[in-house]
Design a binder for this molecule. Sequence first.
Ligand SMILES: [Zn+2]
Length: 340
Amino acid sequence: MPSPTPNLPAFRHDRTSAAENLNVKGGNEPSGGRPVREYCGRFAPSPTGPLHLGSLVAALASWLDARAHNGRWLVRIEDIDPPREVRGAARLQLRALTALGLVPDEPPTYQSASSDRYGRALQLLRAAGNVYACVCSRAAAHRATRQEGLAAAVYPGTCRNLALPDAEAALRVRVPAILMSFVDRACGAFCQHLESEVGDFVVRRADGLWAYQLAVVVDDAAQAVTDVVRGADLLENTPRQIYLQGLLQLPTPRYLHVPVVRNAAGEKLSKQTGAQPLRLDEPVMELERAWHLLGFADTGASTVGELLAHAVQAWRARWVAGGDLQRADTIGSGTLPLSP
Ligand SMILES: [Zn+2]
């Protein structure tokens, strides 16, 4: 039996009834027939522990890009996975950002308060026949993946055509056999075959929690985010997020993925790999380290304000004034080692 053909998305909507249904902000004043969207960036940490140097690199890059574009910068706490959260971590993260001079233009938002919005997005996906229930355990999905000879993390579509009831099931978006591509401002063209490299992906977990992929797409659109600047570990998530934006008829932001910071063993810096919390009594030193990891020479500044003012100018010269793509060689798409 052939698989049902998913509704292929159109990728160039700026404002639609679907977007309005999600309370999404569309373009501002039309200019020459094209909507002009004011630059808006965001930093979106999960409250799983204090900020470390790896998270600071992403926060600083997104803040700088917003300031270099004279745009808005938001902070969104991605607290949709209570089992992984650490009590009080969000408060500590916000305090750290303030100490480092990275202050959002609006009060921070919390994904835990946006459940209704995710529910409306799920309804749209469901109404268009784009999701199905999956009852595979993680172990069963991995076994099936191996039998199909797919990459380890690819779900092989075991439940795709079974029309299972939703109760206690994960909900997956069916993906078509298409090559998705986009141009990252730092990494250049990136292509991914959705069916063979990603597989049908989860938007609501079996335990009822919302999946990151759905929440991030819905919130970026709801907050009118035009530019996503984040760690390169999320580069491979981007094509499926762009696909989801298409299904929900939401605008696609521009993307800039910055290098991931690794420890001496080559592991991505995180609480699990022994990342130390930032030293907030030494904000200039911490910012200088992050700035260096973003590929710039030391500023030699003695205050946070001086350092950030210098950094905005240098960032603008590299990433705004000169045209992003011509500068791609200066940052690369790989990873930078953590200097001792
Ligand atoms: Zn399944």
